[in-house]
Structure formats: C-alpha cells, structure tokens
Design a protein around this ligand. Structure first.
Ligand SMILES: [Zn+2]
Length: 173
C-alpha cells in the first residue's frame, strides 16, 4: 500500500520535472526568437530609413551648387543625380574628431564632374551648406515616416512575447 503510494508520487514528480524541462526549453527558444524579431525589425527599419532618405521629396526637389575649378563657372546639379551616381570620384576635407557620420564635419568637398560651361572634366567644388541642409531635411522626412511604424510594430512584438511567456508559465507548471 505504501509502496504503491510512493511509486505514484515518484511518477508524478517525474512528470512534473519533464514538464518543467519542456517549459525551460520552450522558454529559451522563445526568448531567442523574441530577441531576433525585436532586433530584426530594428535593423530592417534602419536599412529602410537609410534607403528612404535618398528617395524623399526633399531629395528629389533639391539642387546643389557646384563651382568648376577649371573655368570658375557655377552650375546646379540635382541632389538625386549624386545619389544615383555614388561612385563619382570625390575628395573631401574633414574637421578632425568632429567627423561623425556621413557629411557631418566635412568642410570641403569636390567631385570630378563634366562642367556644363567649359565642357571639361574637372574637379568641381560642392556647396556644403546646401548639401547638409538637403541631407538633414531628407533624413527628417524619412524618419517621420518610418519611426512611428517602427515603435508600433516593436511594441506589438514586445507585448506578444510577454503574453506568450505568461501563457507558457500558466500552461506548463
Ligand atoms: Zn568649367
């Protein structure tokens, strides 16, 4: 009689241990998937933001002033042209540690362009003030479109994960 009871208790204990082990395994895998989703969405939004910043209305409407060093003439180029031709040779002067990301800290930049006035391929000095303004405004426009969606989806993933783990603990305990 007592032996039977003991066996039953041991069996129950073994079952409970197996349940806990299963729960831990699901918990670990769930955490990994959760983290991957949260991080994945962040990376996706970041890449999308960077790509979108080059295709905004600001970028499409913007023009940048260049000055040809061969003849001294000034001419405008659409900002979009520079985005579409990222491999035009360029040389730039930056201010030391203030370097930062992208154009920040760049005080002077010239690009190898065909001057529309003298027709020569020459180094043309780029107007950095206009370049910076277009860059900042374009980035802001893209951010306004991306960031609300980023937080919304991130919150949904976060909440879904929370619900999942609460349910997991309730079902397997
Ligand atoms: Zn020229």
């Amino acid at each position: 009689m007592i032996d039977e009871l003991r066996e039953q208790m041991l069996a129950e204990q073994a079952q409970r241990l197996a349940r806990l082990e299963l729960r831990n395994r699901i918990h670990t895998i769930g955490l990994l998937i959760w983290a991957a989703l949260l991080l994945g969405w962040l990376v996706y939004c970041f890449v999308k933001l960077m790509a979108m910043a080059n295709r905004t209305a600001v970028m499409q409407a913007g023009t940048i002033l260049f000055t040809c060093v061969a003849c001294g003439a000034a001419f405008d180029l659409p900002a979009e042209y520079l985005v579409k031709h990222p491999f035009i040779p360029k040389k730039s002067v930056s201010v030391g540690a203030a370097g930062g990301i992208g154009l920040q800290g760049t005080v002077r930049m010239s690009r190898r362009l065909r001057c529309p006035v003298c027709g020569k391929k020459a180094w043309c000095r780029q107007d950095m003030r206009e370049t910076g303004k277009i860059g900042v405004n374009s980035f802001a426009e893209a951010a306004r479109r991306i960031i609300p969606r980023f937080f919304l989806v991130e919150a949904v993933i976060f909440a879904a994960g929370g619900v999942f783990f609460v349910l997991l603990n309730a079902v397997l305990n």
